[in-house]
Ligand binder design. Structure first.
Ligand code: ACO
Length: 317
């Protein structure tokens, strides 16, 4: 019993912010940002154009459902992985239910595992689907980091962007498992954003070097564990989709695991780090570019605040 991905979608806001634009806000340069991270531009929501977390989630979800060829009424589980929704409550998943007209007996809730959220969400959906009313799950990863950036802190504000990605999972008795692995290591110092009641703005704070060390430990580790759990080698995987936090972190993991770099290409150059949006946006890009198709096996891995990490192997229908 397990799941396959039968449709993907994504949405990024219209406003493109280049590294040169960032250099007008803080003391930085295109050279510093691109050589340290691989980022050249990112997208920010434009409030005047009506772009919000909610519209990104809705657009990505609609595209995924259309690609899957199913209607909102057929969804049994609706999860949004995020920590930057427009409202703490109602959840982004409930707003999505209202926007798309999903049935009242759809399990709708948000999941906060920061940048690992989408991969956590795949696992949670796989676990819930056997008990759900209908065998399809809509899993969205979305974050609007521009709303939680301290634009006086050059060490964080240049790294992040806004965006959403979504996947529709179909559950069947003859489908394979995701071979999901996950972990968390509670830590409120290296990467955190205060919540309501903290008495300070909800800016994201990060100790870049500590997070870099954590990421280069867990990315190769969870990738290896997924391969071991599935009983396959890296050669059996058609494409790796790694969380896009920093190109240097992905390059480190690729080298350490001896992977083919052509199977691990990212998109951080034009997205920045979109947190929970990162993995599903890249997944949708490679699906729409025809890089992967029916039967392709994709290994996804993410890490983030919490601290959290997760990996999963999914097949496309
Ligand atoms: N522009 C110019 N100079 C800068 C900038 C900037 N934007 N930011 C920092 N610097 C300076 C620093 O002040 C420092 O100067 P100093 O040597 O005079 O003190 C110098 O550049 C080097 O700073 P480091 O922090 O050592 O730079 P490093 O090479 O470690 O790169 C980076 C920093 C890119 C943040 C890296 O540590 C990293 O990628 N960390 C992981 C980040 C990450 O993965 N985040 C994921 C978050 S996921 C989530 O859940 C939200």
């Amino acid at each position: 019993m397990g799941v396959k991905i039968c449709g993907t979608g994504s949405a990024v806001p219209s406003r493109v912010v280049t590294n040169d634009d960032m250099a007008k806000i803080v003391e930085t340069s295109d050279e510093w940002i691109s050589t340290r991270t691989g980022i050249r531009s990112r997208h920010y929501c434009d409030a005047e154009a009506g772009e919000t977390h909610r519209t990104l989630v809705r657009d990505a979800a609609e595209r995924a459902l259309e690609a899957a060829g199913i209607t909102p009424a057929e969804v049994g589980v609706c999860l949004v992985a995020t920590f930057t929704a427009d409202t703490c409550t109602p959840s982004a998943a409930c707003l999505l239910q209202a926007d798309l007209g999903m049935a009242e007996d759809t399990l709708c809730f948000d999941l906060n595992a920061a940048c690992a959220g989408f991969v956590y969400g795949l696992h949670v959906a796989e676990a819930l689907l056997p008990a759900a009313k209908r065998p399809y799950a809509l899993v969205v990863g979305a974050d609007v980091l521009s709303h939680v950036m301290d634009f006086t802190d050059r060490t964080t504000c240049v790294l992040f962007g806004d965006g959403a990605g979504a996947a529709v999972l179909a559950w069947r008795e003859d489908y394979p498992q995701l071979h999901a692995v996950w972990g968390s290591r509670g830590d409120d110092t290296s990467l955190y954003a205060p919540g309501a009641g903290a008495g300070e703005p909800s800016y994201l704070h990060m100790d870049g070097r500590a997070v870099f060390r954590f990421a280069t430990e867990v990315m190769p580790k969870c990738t290896k564990e997924v391969l071991e759990d599935a009983g396959i080698s890296a050669d059996d995987v058609d494409r790796f989709v790694f969380h896009q936090a920093n190109k240097r972190i992905v390059d480190f993991a690729v080298k350490k695991l001896g992977l083919d770099p052509a199977k691990c290409e990212g998109n951080i150059d034009h997205t920045g780090n979109t947190s929970a949006g990162s993995v599903p946006i890249l997944l949708d890009e490679i699906v729409r570019a025809g890089e992967v198709g029916p039967g392709s096996r994709i290994l996804m891995a993410g890490f983030g605040a919490g601290l959290t990490w997760a990996g999963a192997l999914a097949e496309l229908v």
